[in-house]
Ligand binder design. Structure first.
Ligand SMILES: Cc1cc2nc3c(=O)[nH]c(=O)nc-3n(C[C@H](O)[C@H](O)[C@H](O)COP(=O)(O)O)c2cc1C
Length: 180
């Protein structure tokens, strides 16, 4: 059985470069990984602890937590806004905290650019606070300086495609070693 990786794009922009990265990763994934994107970030309600009550959880939050629980690992591609995480993505993390299966969940971080100096550090700190298992050898940056990219551009550029496949291979190897 292939490992199931649930991916999250931290940008809601239609032509998002982070979305392009994840779409390319879906196409380039090795046979041992199946990548599926969580695409309801923009529909989640604002996190309110009062709503986070077992009997009255919004259906969309139950679905998010079930998808996270079922996944063997997560893959995040998130941009930086005002030296921080995009609010909608932070909101998603706030809702994920209540997922009983989140602690110890493997998470890899993919970046389009290495220019973001703040958000990646904050994201790692938040994930450590949430007791995620950050799989550092599976994390990578494409090192691009423009966000005008498409999945096709990544898949057809030999060096970019190699970065993606090499790190997905490492994620698969890590999961095979740690989760069997
Ligand atoms: C409101 C706003 C604030 C931003 N703030 C930063 C920032 O603080 N640091 C940075 O490196 N880029 C910043 N950017 C640039 C975005 O990170 C960049 O456009 C990124 O490609 C957006 O991701 P996407 O292509 O997936 O939509 C900002 C962009 C916007 C729209």
């Amino acid at each position: 059985m292939p490992f199931r990786i649930l991916t999250f794009c931290g940008s809601l922009r239609a032509a998002s470069s982070n979305l392009a990265l994840l779409s390319a990763a879906e196409r380039l994934a090795p046979d041992g990984l199946v990548l599926n994107r969580y695409d309801r970030i923009g529909d989640l309600p604002h996190f309110v602890p009062d709503l986070d009550i077992t009997d009255h959880l919004p259906e969309i939050v139950i679905d998010l937590r079930e998808q996270v629980a079922r996944a063997d690992g997560l893959l995040f591609a998130v941009p930086e806004y005002m030296h921080a995480l995009p609010g909608s993505f932070k909101n998603t993390l706030d809702w994920m905290v209540g997922c009983q299966k989140f602690p110890g969940k493997p998470v890899a971080l993919a970046h389009v650019t290495s220019r973001h100096a703040f958000a990646p550090v904050q994201l790692e700190e938040i994930l450590r606070t949430m007791s995620a298992e950050i799989v550092s050898e599976a994390g990578f940056s494409l090192g691009l300086t423009s966000n005008a990219i498409t999945p096709e551009m990544i898949c057809t550029d030999a060096s970019l495609a190699a970065i993606v496949t090499r790190h997905l291979d490492r994620y698969q190897t890590w999961l095979s070693r740690e989760c069997d």
